[in-house]
Design a binder for this molecule. Structure first.
Ligand SMILES: Cc1ncc(COP(=O)(O)O)c(C=O)c1O
Length: 408
């Protein structure tokens, strides 16, 4: 972990800096100067004392992503490639991370500009996961007019669910993919249209912390794809088994145990080399890659007491972080991990609600939660904010400014 490594190298956290040095060795009248990091830096520079270069000053509200942690999941080279291509806005990195596995790029077919998008996809040589029968003639026409192969995989809506997942995206009637019963018909149409069939995509659900459920869904997805492969116009080259790897958000949640998932995938890869020798297995992860690397920070602009209950009002809330407010798929609202960032240790504690600036009671980041006693100007930090934070939020609602995004 980055904080531990910095500590081992003698870098102090803010609390240790204040307690051990700043407040201990200075007279009270100097506090305003020495407690202000920018003022201290400028004084040091004026006095010729070497200090690290100032890169930028970030004001709240802001979203912060530790590139160390993101790189540990994405891989340093991939993260650098994404940042180089798309800039330092971390939200874009999160979105793009979902498209990464080679040959497994996705398109969202609900988009009204679908025809233009599919033409662009064929022109770019992208493998399109077909979600609807209607896309077949469009892709065939694009391939014909461009003189290029129309590469397709079929997204299957399976006849099973991912047990224990926060959000189910397969099984039963669903807007995603093509019901498994209709897939043979779609496979025939793909062949007739002269498209280049490459494989299947199955995404049963999201946010699952139970390794056994993920393994079971992967096995069932594999077996389903194997059955369907018998009716396919060409050998399977890409088998996307989806993802669903969750991260812990709430008290009592246990981290996903990756070892059995890895063993299960290795076993499926062994079976695939026998059953579908041309096939690469792909998994498609989102929040597992970068969700834990991100923090959302909002500054307290008011502290109110209403009939015995303390409300801390931040300069951002639901408009920047819909999912932490509990309005992004939570059935029973639970608090994300939230702390007073500049008072993590040693402070008196109290039970408060943290709210945002919007005129709706939905704008709630922490409901009756125990945390350090906080004042106006303190910083509230919401963990697990690297995925489904800013990009999943209604930033335009009530016209407050958007937060800065920092990848550091
Ligand atoms: C097709 C598909 N792939 C990947 C993801 C990423 O899911 P998660 O962030 O839970 O890993 C989603 C999320 O909805 C999805 O719909």
């Amino acid at each position: 972990m980055l904080p531990r490594r910095l500590y081992a190298q003698g870098v102090l956290g803010i609390n240790a800096r204040n307690q051990k040095y700043t407040l201990r060795v200075n007279e009270r009248r100097f506090y305003p100067l020495v407690d202000d990091k920018l003022a201290t830096k400028r004084m040091c520079q004026a006095a010729g004392i070497p200090v690290p270069r100032l890169l930028a000053v970030a004001e709240s509200p802001l979203v912060f992503l530790t590139d160390e942690m993101a790189a540990s999941r994405l891989g340093r080279a991939t993260l650098e490639r994404l940042v180089e291509t798309y800039g330092r806005g971390y939200a874009r990195v999160v979105e793009l991370a979902k498209k990464l596995p080679d040959g497994a790029e996705r398109l969202c077919p609900q988009n009204p500009e679908i025809v233009a998008q599919l033409h662009q996809a064929v022109a770019a040589g992208v493998l399109v996961n077909v979600e609807s029968m209607r896309e077949i003639p469009v892709l065939a026409e694009a391939a014909r007019s461009l003189g290029l192969p129309g590469r397709v995989a079929i997204r299957v809506n399976p006849d099973f669910e991912l047990k224990g997942s926060g959000m189910k995206m397969g099984g039963g009637p669903k807007q995603f993919g093509v019901d498994v019963e209709l897939v043979p018909q779609l496979l025939r149409a793909t062949g007739r249209a002269g498209l280049s069939f490459e494989g299947f995509h199955l995404f049963a659900g999201s946010q699952n912390l139970r390794a056994q459920s993920i393994c079971e869904a992967q096995r069932k997805s594999y077996e389903l794809a194997l059955r369907l492969a018998a009716e396919a116009p060409a050998p399977v080259r890409v088998l996307n088994l989806g993802g669903g790897f969750g991260i812990p958000y709430f008290p009592g949640e246990q981290r996903l145990d990756l070892a059995p998932v890895g063993a299960n995938l290795a076993e499926l890869q062994r079976r695939a080399s026998r059953d579908m020798p041309a096939a690469s297995l792909v998994i498609e992860l989102g929040r597992y890659l970068v969700g834990e690397a991100g923090l959302y920070v909002t500054r307290i602009v008011d502290r109110k007491l209403s009939r015995g209950q303390v409300f801390l009002v931040g300069d951002g809330g639901l408009n920047h972080h819909l999912s932490a407010s509990g309005n992004f798929g939570q059935v029973v609202r639970k608090n994300y991990p939230v702390v007073v960032g500049n008072r993590v240790r040693g402070a008196a504690r109290e039970t408060v609600s943290v709210v945002g600036p919007l005129c709706t009671p939905l704008d709630l980041l922490a409901d009756s939660m125990e945390m350090a006693q906080a004042e106006i100007g303190d910083l509230i930090v919401v963990f697990q904010s690297g995925a489904y934070g800013l990009t999943a939020s209604p930033t335009a609602f009530l016209s407050h400014p958007p937060p800065a995004e920092i990848l550091a």
